[in-house]
Design a protein around this ligand. Structure first.
Ligand code: NAD
Length: 264
């Protein structure tokens, strides 16, 4: 049973990013799709990037249907050339890159002795290399503009998750990357923050956790799991002006699971 304090219509309704151009990676599914839809609803023009172009097109079509503007782009964030082309495409179409949400991520779970080099390399290339690649080109444009907001999607797993040493390593590294980059680009009016989601119901978690979602609910202080909309609201806050004095931070959005274990 989900205990909601407010309906989704009531949350963050005053937060706007009108006339801002927002790039969201991994926006064809799950959390990325939720973020793209919410940023478009808040007035942003969206670059909907995903390695799966059909999925990106589907999200862009939903944005168009709700009256927003969106450009779907095929982009493998692990590729420097794809990242460069994505940011160039955004600049050519919309003239600026105001918000970058580094959301694309994958999991390849195994305990360390059983983790293959391929599993290790794939997760590092996408989850960490992808953040670096997209940020590198976006931040160059943002420095010219002397403004920008970057939101990196880390995970509660940065605290350590059993069987996810590769994934946890990347999500912890994102926290450090966020802090270091915030120091570099703050003088240019660019803010960099991260969000560490707890369990969010998406295709990724359905594939990795499956039926044990009920166990997650029992170990959550709020006795529930989150939805992409919960992360989208936090991203919108960090992309919008009410958070203008916040940079270098990692915000946990996980129903309290980052606090610690429940006593049972
Ligand atoms: N679902 C959760 O509980 C949870 C919790 C914490 C953090 N996260 C993080 O949130 C992000 C989104 O996760 P999700 O649950 O929505 O996953 P998802 O699998 O539902 O969606 C991920 C999307 O990223 C795309 N993608 C995968 N590899 C890509 C690449 N190389 N380049 C571009 N796009 C790529 C996929 O095609 C897909 O559309 C990830 O970074 C994940 O680590 C998720």
């Amino acid at each position: 049973m989900r205990h909601r304090l407010e309906t989704s219509e009531e949350r963050g309704k005053d937060l706007r990013i009108d006339d801002k151009v927002a790039v969201v990676t991994g926006a064809g599914s799950g959390i990325g799709e939720g973020i793209a839809l919410r940023l478009a609803e808040a007035g942003g023009a969206l670059v909907v990037a995903d390695i799966d172009l059909d999925a990106a097109r589907a999200t862009a079509a939903k944005i168009s249907d709700q009256g927003g503007e969106a450009m779907p782009v095929a982009c493998n964030v692990a590729s420097t050339e794809d990242a460069r082309a994505m940011i160039d495409g955004a600049l050519n179409r919309f003239g600026s890159v105001d918000v970058l949400v580094n959301n694309a991520g994958i999991a390849r779970d195994a305990i360390v002795p059983k983790m293959t080099e391929e599993m290790w390399d794939a997760v590092l290339a996408v989850n960490l290399g992808g953040v670096f690649n997209c940020t590198k080109f976006a931040v160059t444009a943002m420095k010219r503009q002397c403004s920008g907001r970057i939101v990196n999607i880390s995970s509660r797993a940065y605290l350590g998750n059993y069987g996810q040493a590769n994934y946890s390593a990347t999500k912890g590294a994102i926290v450090g990357f966020t802090r270091a980059l915030a120091l570099e680009v703050g003088p240019f009016g660019i803010r960099v923050n991260a969000i560490a989601p707890g369990y969010i119901d998406t295709p990724m978690t359905r594939a990795t956790v499956g039926d044990s979602v009920e166990q997650y609910k029992l170990t959550s202080p709020l006795r529930t799991v989150g939805s992409p909309a919960d992360i989208a609201e936090a991203v919108l806050f960090l992309a919008a002006s009410p958070s203008d004095y916040i940079t270098g931070e990692t915000l946990s959005v996980g129903g309290g699971r980052s606090i610690g274990q429940q006593p049972f």
